[in-house]
Ligand binder design. Structure first.
Ligand SMILES: Cc1cc2nc3c(=O)[nH]c(=O)nc-3n(C[C@H](O)[C@H](O)[C@H](O)COP(=O)(O)O)c2cc1C
Length: 496
């Protein structure tokens, strides 16, 4: 479920003035949706991922008009920990300077000044998601964020939704997966709505579609809800978005008001932005000979860092050379310096690291050694990424066929999808999983459905390969390296 502050309540996408959150009138259903600008696109709640800088990065590729159409979710926070522990809150939700840890934020006089999360100048509309199995814990947690967001999201059943609906000052929304049949899904949606949910997000996959069994989302279930629920019901569709064109296709096929993306957005933060006209986009956008393109990874990484410098550290952004393009004049001195500078993990360690890619040991090594908040270390990572991309671009110039893919009728399943959607590795593109039937054939899944390799992820938890609920949070330039995560839950409470 979720809560919201509308543009007319001070939430805006334009940096005009420093508004102070005002008490909100609690609007319901479609009225509430319209009050936040009827967004069409939604950055999904993603544990440890849909944090402030990621939301900003996603928005940064959008034009001012497009930005008015996007709504973002926070990562999911553990309600009990969030409510109980000020330290957790200061680490993961920093709406005011006083709420944020760090030297620069100790100034008493500035403690109420708006800072990052939910800042009406740039981080709204925002829905904050909690997992909880106790309504009182949820309420306690929700009260800390209510002034700085537009809605709070929770996905428990009637009694719990209803308690929040009646007692919370902000609207509640709910996100759930489809049931075994369309009729059951409709029944479930009606129950959620009657409990007081103002918006429903429907993830078109069943509960068991996780890990290697994720497979495809079924949009026809969402269409069924659209056709059978009262027309003013606000529905967000979720599942299967691989690129920008899929957004419109999903809206059309499902009749939903908005479309949410998680993995697609994570893999390509530019997904909600209309791609530039063919041949344009400057140095940040790469075009192949075949007219296919994408935002370059080094450009995206620079933008991500720049958000951290500007908003979090409030430091000048370092001067950067223009991104390399193959038509740039060759600078022999730099070339010589770059080849001398190669570094990597000690030989012994290299052998043990089975994830090491032979073409980027130094990059992986540098990333592993970067601690949260250590910007010089992250700048070094950027230099290595830029260098790798430079060599990729030069290789493409010499041998473009090696990288070109095109739709191929002889291919099926994920191979066909990769042929259609795949791009060279230096640009953002969707993450395409093998279908369950392919996982069976390649041995990742057995006939009984048990996973034979990496453990499949639980509902709405980070995919296999990322950190688990019990493990440490990955370090990012911003998080300063964390010990415990309020965004993680060992409880099996929340679904999408
Ligand atoms: C890394 C990651 C973290 C996620 N965390 C959450 C979460 O905290 N809460 C939630 O409701 N769903 C979570 N999800 C599920 C997504 O919100 C979404 O419902 C699901 O991935 C299907 O959408 P997609 O096909 O666009 O990926 C997560 C998904 C991913 C990939």
């Amino acid at each position: 479920m979720s809560t919201t502050a509308s543009p007319q309540n001070g939430a805006s996408n334009g940096p005009e003035h420093t508004p102070v959150p005002t008490p909100k009138k609690k609007l319901q259903g479609r009225q509430f949706y319209e009050s936040i600008g009827s967004p069409k696109y939604v950055v999904a709640p993603m544990v440890d991922r849909s944090e402030f800088a990621w939301r900003m990065l996603t928005r940064s590729f959008m034009s001012p008009d497009e930005k008015k159409q996007i709504l973002a979710y926070s990562p999911m926070y553990h309600a009990r920990l969030f409510g109980e522990q000020a330290k957790m809150r200061s680490q993961f939700f920093q709406p005011t300077r006083g709420s944020a840890a760090g030297e620069g934020n100790r100034d008493e006089k500035r403690k109420d000044e708006l800072y990052l999360d939910g800042n009406p100048l740039f981080d709204r509309p925002l829905f904050v998601q909690f997992c909880a199995n106790d309504p009182n814990e949820f309420l306690e947690a929700a009260r800390h964020v209510a002034p700085y967001c537009d809605a709070e999201d929770w996905d428990l059943i009637y009694r719990l939704i209803n308690k929040l609906h009646t007692e919370l000052s902000v609207p509640v929304t709910a996100k759930f997966r489809i049931q075994e049949t369309k009729e059951k899904t409709l029944e479930y949606a009606k129950m959620i709505l009657s409990a007081g949910a103002n918006i429903i997000t429907v993830h078109g996959r069943r509960r068991e579609q996780k890990g290697h069994e994720t497979g495809l989302a079924d949009w026809s279930y969402i269409r069924y809800l659209r056709d059978n629920l009262p027309p003013d019901t606000v529905i967000f569709a979720n599942g299967n978005i691989l690129n920008y064109d899929d957004l419109e296709r999903c809206l059309k096929e499902t009749g939903a008001d908005a479309v949410m993306s998680a993995e697609g957005n994570l893999s390509d933060p530019t997904i909600f932005s209309k791609p530039p006209a063919v041949g344009s986009g400057g140095r940040e956008y790469w075009w192949g000979r075949d007219g296919k393109g994408g935002y370059r990874i080094d450009a995206v990484l620079r933008r991500y860092y720049d958000i951290i410098y500007r908003h979090v550290l409030e430091q000048p952004i370092p001067e950067r050379k223009p991104l390399f393009i193959p038509s740039d004049p060759v600078d022999e001195a730099t070339e010589a310096h770059e080849s001398e500078e190669e570094e990597g993990p000690p030989q012994k360690k290299q052998k043990k690291d089975k994830h090491r890619r032979s073409n980027s040991p130094s990059l992986r090594y540098a990333l592993a050694r970067s601690k949260g908040g250590d910007m010089p270390a992250f700048e070094h990572v950027l230099t290595l990424v830029e260098r790798a991309i430079k060599s990729g671009l030069l290789e493409y110039e010499a041998n473009p066929e090696k990288f070109e893919r095109s739709p191929d009728v002889t291919l099926t399943g994920s191979k066909a999808t990769i042929a259609e959607y795949g791009r060279p590795w230096w640009v953002c593109q969707p993450h395409i999983r093998p279908l369950p039937e392919e996982a069976l054939v390649n041995g990742a899944l057995t006939a009984k459905g048990s996973v034979t390799t990496a453990k499949g992820r639980k509902d709405d938890e980070p995919p296999a390969g990322s950190k688990s609920a019990a493990s440490e949070k990955p370090s990012t330039p911003a998080n300063g390296g964390s010990e415990t995560s309020a965004t993680l839950t060992p409880d099996n409470l929340v679904s999408g």
